[in-house]
Write a protein that binds this ligand. Sequence first.
Ligand code: G3H
Ligand code: 13P
Ligand code: ZN
Length: 336
Amino acid sequence: MPLVSMRQLLDEAARGGYGVGAFNVNNMEQIQAIMEAARETSSPVIIQASRGARAYTNDRFLWHLMQAAIELYPEIPVALHLDHGNAPETCISAIDLGFTSVMMDGSLEADGKTPASFEYNVAVTKEVVAYAHARGVTVEGELGTLGGIEDGHGSGEVHLTDPGEAVEFVGSTGIDALAVAIGTSHGAYKFAQAPDGDVLKMDLIEEIHRRLPETHLVMHGSSSVPPELVEQINRYGGTLKPAWGVPVKEIQLGVRHGVRKINVDTDSRLAVTGAIRKVFAESPEKFDPRDYLKPARTAMQELIATRMRDFGQAGHAGDYQPLSLEEMRAGYAAAH
Ligand code: G3H
Ligand code: 13P
Ligand code: ZN
């Protein structure tokens, strides 16, 4: 099966009433963990790479690893997505490389830190939509900003998405999917205690979905930060502070109100690190990377398989035949 357009994958998710996890990758083991979890649960998947991931893998390694994934798992529809593109050029280079979806994060300026104006956001996002749709590629935009700063990305300030602006933004840009800011942050430290409706604004999702029923909504910062993963890291020498993430039941509530793409990176990092720390602590004589990368890969697979079941994508891998990007292009051309 070739790579699938993310638009088709999300349209199918909307039709089936389920959500799809978008899992970040930086290396072979993470791609393998996701593909094995997808096979185990028969799930369509979104694999996403940040700018940092593209730099880390030098793009070409990432591309060839993805080719291996689609060759070895022909029954799994896979969308390859650029996470948090900071500028049109970054999105264009991903499209030229063969990504089937890009995020133009114009909620921040090109430095990835400074909150941008609405007009700037519309202008850069529109530019990317024109380039992407002419090639059948999907575009995700973002309105509002998340809290937290992950490896230099993010303003650290929360600006919740305004539903009225969301309607104008989608209408002016023609995006396929909208990332909304509802109080989550990237990273492990999202909330100081179990979140309630004052800090995690699920009602905002309901309102935006009511006003934009055809737009696929995206929840960033959606790791749940399971206490057992934090505890495992700390048991074996880590120093993570107590942390609260987004409860799975809140994500499931979001899925009932138009959330189709759910971004998860931190939980994978916690699973991988916990497994590696355990080997290092219990078997300090070991020095073959396979001795710790294999348990790390297994731990991430278990986590992802659980999330695939939680989000509802499990069992849907064989529901549809992927359209080519040329077919998607023709569809956009007919709709514009
Ligand atoms: O949104 C951020 C993702 O977790 C990717 O993080 O930029 O450190 O690769 P990264
Ligand atoms: P987490 O840090 O909650 O995993 O969020 C990841 C994300 O939003 C990637 O874009
Ligand atoms: Zn994000």
